[in-house]
Design a protein around this ligand. Sequence first.
Ligand SMILES: Cc1cc2nc3c(=O)[nH]c(=O)nc-3n(C[C@H](O)[C@H](O)[C@H](O)COP(=O)(O)O)c2cc1C
Length: 147
Amino acid sequence: MSVEFTGKKACIAPERVFIIGTYDENGVPNAMNAAWGAQSDYDEITLFLAKHKTTENLKHTKAFTVAFATKKDTVEIADYFGVETGNKVNKIEKAGCHVHKSAHVNAPIIEDFPVTLECECVSYSDETGILVGKIIAQQADEAVRTA
Ligand SMILES: Cc1cc2nc3c(=O)[nH]c(=O)nc-3n(C[C@H](O)[C@H](O)[C@H](O)COP(=O)(O)O)c2cc1C
């Protein structure tokens, strides 16, 4: 027998955590944490974002990176990126992360994370918060590469 449950819950689990990297209009890197989203085609990712420093940034640059938090080495910085805003502090600097600019899009690669997708904005709506990105390139540390 099934029992109806109420209240808002994240029913689809486990949820992974995406780290969204962007530059602001002055080239200052920022990162935020996003759980709501998925790869939506072989070369496409769709994210659901409220208004953040990140969404302001990508309106300027039309680009972002997506890295994947890992349980062992990056869980603490990944969490930090989700609780503080780049409107107030330079999170990258405070977390002690190293970044370099993607060779393909105007967005930072955060070297502390082992896998990164480099994306161009296809569309972003302030109204719905839906960001669709085209995956232009991807890279992975040798340590985690399988193919
Ligand atoms: C585990 C976790 C998941 C999150 N997922 C999302 C998300 O999917 N969409 C969103 O808009 N904010 C999400 N957030 C909130 C942002 O990461 C948070 O507001 C962040 O401070 C925004 O950073 P920014 O202002 O520097 O861009 C999440 C936070 C955490 C801790």
